[in-house]
Design a protein around this ligand. Structure first.
Ligand SMILES: [Zn+2]
Length: 200
């Protein structure tokens, strides 16, 4: 966890922020979904929350900064990312607290009205520099099973339902753009069906 904190802090103090001024239309993916879910209220009313200081890890009640996907792409290749996660997938060391033996379904969302509403946000929401976008293939591949090519269940990865929804859209878009291979199930054909031999 210390490595994780150090990683976030390093990237924030480096301050790769000029790309944040990109037009809102350019930001697709989860950002778009969040806007649609929030409706028009988010435009008229300012979200209330504490503004996190530079180099500070996000906590419950903090305003969630809007990071563009271009910044996220830079982050995925940065030293800060390697310090935080190493060669592991981003959800490897995430732990949920639950009663009983069976894992419950993950929460609906970790961010409500632009403010962090969970004490233990999911692996994607806890790091504001991880933005789900169809060009962010390095991140998307971490949520895809190498054996089946399908998206891993949220009970395993621990991501909230809102991020899962965005992930499904992003993976589908990446497959449409040819950035991620589409999983084609192996099918055993009976070639005799195609032979032009009529039964006697
Ligand atoms: Zn979340």
């Amino acid at each position: 966890m210390n490595a994780l904190r150090r990683g976030f802090a390093t990237f924030r103090t480096i301050g790769v922020r000029p790309l944040l001024s990109a037009s809102p239309k350019a930001r697709v993916g989860v950002a778009l979904l969040c806007e649609n879910a929030a409706g028009t209220d988010s435009e008229t009313t300012e979200p209330k929350g504490r503004v996190p200081k530079e180099g500070e890890v996000l906590r419950k009640g903090d305003l969630y900064p809007d990071i563009g996907y271009q910044t996220s792409l830079q982050y995925m290749d940065s030293e800060a990312y390697r310090t935080a996660y190493g060669d592991d997938v981003v959800w490897r060391h995430y732990r949920r607290n639950f009663k009983g033996h069976y894992k419950p379904e993950t929460r609906k969302t970790c961010i409500r009205g632009g403010v962090v509403s969970a004490g233990n946000p999911c692996p994607i929401c806890r790091d504001e520099y991880l933005v789900i976008h169809y060009t962010n293939v390095k991140l998307l591949n971490q949520f895809i099973s190498p054996y089946t090519g399908e998206i891993l269940p949220s009970k395993i990865t621990g991501i909230c339902q809102k991020q899962l929804k965005g992930l499904r859209v992003a993976v589908q878009m990446a497959q449409d753009h040819g950035l991620i291979e589409t999983a084609v199930p192996f099918k055993k054909y009976n070639y005799a069906d195609y032979l032009d031999i009529k039964p006697s």
